[in-house]
Design a protein around this ligand. Structure first.
Ligand code: 5GP
Length: 226
């Protein structure tokens, strides 16, 4: 880590050191999660790092390899899975998706937060492995009609892919009870503020900074004696 990075982390965290958390956003395709994710990442104050998944799905024209996903062959996916390099993986809409483990470990070790855009199957696996360090949010569309409209507006998937995604959306929506928070994305600015409020409150939880607070309090109390 460079010195400038170290300084900016210290400034962001204030006097109390805390563990990094894993902020997981899930939603059916078209609920607006991509826009939310982009806006969260653009907010430098939040200092979130996106976990870039690997996938066997075909790249969409708007996507860039290494930024939106790392696009891999089925063979490479299976190799990474067999090597235990994935924190979680799942089959979604007939394609495989997975979260590489090492970038997550690096970011969390720096006391920084990681953002995940993964489905409910992946969320379940990450929770099992790192429950206390996860914060999970499910994003709902305001209506099924709006969900369909958003998928059609995107115009990047064929009609049968869109109808498959709509069918899947119903099953995914039923999983909302697995999540810590549920947000209805009627207005993206409002949804964004809600995610930020959740993130801030979760960052401040005592349990995430137990050692940091302990050290800070010890220093505070020592001050009186000098
Ligand atoms: P899309 O193909 O539209 O980019 O994503 C389809 C679904 O796969 C979305 O619900 C997305 O959250 C999920 N997904 C993307 N990456 C991962 C991943 O690494 N693991 C899991 N479990 N789901 C993922």
């Amino acid at each position: 880590m460079t010195d400038s990075l170290r300084i900016s982390n210290a400034a962001r965290q204030g006097p109390i050191h805390r563990r990094g958390l894993m902020l997981i956003l899930s939603s059916p395709s078209g609920a607006g999660k991509t826009t939310l994710t982009r806006d969260l990442l653009q907010d430098r104050e939040l200092d979130l790092t996106l976990s870039i998944s690997i996938t066997t799905r075909q790249r969409r024209t708007s996507e860039v390899d290494g930024i939106h996903y790392r696009f891999v062959s089925q063979e490479d996916f299976e190799k990474l899975r067999a090597q235990d390099d994935l924190l979680e993986w799942a089959e979604v809409h007939g394609n495989f998706y997975g979260t590489p483990k090492s970038p997550v470990q690096k970011v969390l070790a720096q006391g920084r937060d990681m953002l995940f855009d993964i489905d409910y199957q992946g969320t379940q696996q990450v929770r099992k492995k790192a429950g206390a360090d996860t914060v999970t949010i499910f994003i709902l569309p305001p209506s099924m009609r709006e969900l369909r409209a958003r998928l059609e507006r995107r115009a990047e998937d064929s009609a049968d892919v869109i109808s498959k995604r709509l069918d899947n959306a119903r099953h995914e929506i039923e999983r909302w009870k697995m999540y810590d928070y549920v947000i209805v994305n009627e207005d993206v600015q409002r949804a964004l503020s809600e995610v930020k409020a959740i993130l801030l409150a979760e960052q401040m939880k005592r349990a995430r900074s137990e050692k940091g607070i302990n050290d800070f309090v010890a220093q505070l109390l020592a001050e009186e004696r000098t």
